[in-house]
Ligand binder design. Sequence first.
Ligand SMILES: [Zn+2]
Length: 373
Amino acid sequence: MIFKLLFSLLFAQNLCDQVIPLAPDYQALDARIQKKIADASNLAPVASEADSVLSKLIAAKSPILLDWLKKRELMSAKEETIAKEWRKYYLDNFILSRYPSDNKRINNGVENLFLEIANLAFPKVYQQKIEKLLVQVQKDAKAMVENWPIEPTQQKQIIQKIASLKLYWFEKLQGTRFEQKPLEFVRWGVAYDPIHHEINMGVLAKRYPSDANLYAVLAHEMGHAMDPCRWGAYFNGPSPFTKLHSCLRQDKSVAAKKRDDSQMQQALKSQLLTPAMAQSLKENPTCNRSFYPAVGVQKDQLAEAFADWFSAEVFAKSTFLGQHPRPDLCASNELQAGSSYLPNHDRLAKIYGAQPLIAAKWKTPTPPFHCPL
Ligand SMILES: [Zn+2]
């Protein structure tokens, strides 16, 4: 028994032994992008607006400015340093967070900045590589779903959904869905957008260290197209995954937590939720919204657990089987209390590691429980 316990502890470590969780050239790319953003804060139209706001705040002896200086330990810094830091802060929080601005010259500068970042992060060859990977995921996923013992009408809908999935690349800010939130392009990675049924490609996609990792991540995002939160809205008829969902909730699997609605009445009373929002949330118990549950309150974890499950199943049928599916999950991550994500180690060991073909490749002595379809 002790031997078995020791073995499984050793195994847990082995999953991430000799694994590089971050692409080796990512840090250099990030540094170049941060420098471009810092440089842009000195562009004439940005700098003159930032400087004039700073002068006004100084003249008004603004407590907000005082706080800002204290937080950044700039109270005794040189004027020049303060002005430089302020411009960066102003670009981030007043221009990019409230984009587009009324100042055309500022918008032109920001547009150029983002074009440069996009060219740096996503050259054509990289885009072509990821497009090819998605086609591969689509082919493998289709073959897998064709073998699932589910209703033909459900099968047809899922296959159609898989085949129509596309990637969304940055082309420009003006008139695109990045225009209202340019920072998402630099702060996000690979993320499924259910409204457009596209995978948004953000700069953080460059963190993944291998094609196998990217393949598994694309498959995870594809899983979100049919996750428990989306099924009702985008498919007809009952979900074929209900048994799987309850399995992923159990302790023998990953024990995906349910959304904590204990504060819903309070949120309604204090008008943080409208009755219509509350009704929609009740009808969709596995969905989380940006505004609900509140920070720190448990979000539902089933959609993420399902997307990992789907990814592991597709990965197991791919030519990447034998490679590590998710080196990125070997990085330590601090989850916010109530996160919709499971801890990285559980995702890796209990979902990817439970898939029988992956467990066999990893030579897991006693693989975790695998939830079947
Ligand atoms: Zn996800």
